[in-house]
Design a protein around this ligand. Sequence first.
Ligand SMILES: Cc1ncc(COP(=O)(O)O)c(C=O)c1O
Length: 377
Amino acid sequence: MTTTDDIAFSRPYMGEAEATAAAQTVMSGWIVGGPRLAEFEARFANLCGAKHAVGVSNWTTGAFLVLHALGVGPGDEVLVPSLTFIATVNVIRHVGATPVFVDIQPDTFTIDVDDARSKITPRTRAIMPVDQIGLPCDIDAINDIAAMHDLLVLDDAACAFASRNRSRPVGSLAMSTVFSLHARKIISTAEGGMITTDDADLAARLRILRHQGMSLSDFARHGMPPTVFESYPEIGFNFRITDIAAAIGLAQLDRLEEILMRRAKAAEAFTSALNAHPFIIPPNVPSHLVHNWQSYQVTVAKDSPLTRNEIMDRLHLLGIPTRRGVMASHREPPYAEIKANLPVTERIADATFQLPMHPGLTDTHIHRIISAMQSLS
Ligand SMILES: Cc1ncc(COP(=O)(O)O)c(C=O)c1O
């Protein structure tokens, strides 16, 4: 049984406001494709500094939709880091394209732009950098090589809502960015996703494609004469997000500052304690980046007396839940036949693990986590 003393690894930060917003939407009659979604998209776009935001059922359907809308498909290669949640790679296969794995930078664990450049071939169509557990990738360098080689850019910002790069919000920096609103993300709608772009044509097409290719949304058709019929100019999908989810998302946006502040406070406490740790290295955040602390990931030093897994087991016995660091997707069976030389990815996947990180961590929790880390030897 869970008690209030138990430390959760991750926990959505929701309360009465989200419950009331959801209930009011249920009672309103517009539970999908209605005014709450329009409002959520407008506020989300504004916070990202993007012209358009398109809500979808999750990151995976959103990223698929962008690749599909941009015509990425069979015969195309897409550059992608292997060190990412496997969804990033799966969507490349969903559209029938070929993932080409790129290594990561050893200090930030985001995509190694030189390695990406060296893997460009005449078949390369797109590049999908990942804002690693909330830390923005080097998007300016990515955009430069994309412009030079005529590549599409889809920024996987599943974890990076409200992170910043040289003071600019993630979501405004690539031709398309996709966020996740899953339970472990900065704001959540339980399941959900958001695509941001400045391209009005792309946004309009994504709205049509998420709704079975229908030329007029239900909301737009609502006030029209009954003889105005919609058409279906192309094959679409059902990747809609509900207005109930959007209402929860709006309530979450009201809490955004508090969520970010509480996460940053926990991260600062962990980092200042770990700076003195003999064999656990805190995350490195370059000064031009703002991390939203979606996750807090540490690295076990090469000369550590304990292995990464021994440390995780010891912390578990002390009541501190942990998870391994970001996975290496190329090691999983669906991608194992792709022979990739990714030494940094493999080293980091084996040497990292994540501490509890969510806005509900109390001072007592933070203190217990730090004491447990300090007791390791
Ligand atoms: C980097 C990354 N990409 C994609 C996803 C997939 O997001 P969703 O579950 O909303 O499809 C996640 C989810 O954890 C993720 O961390």
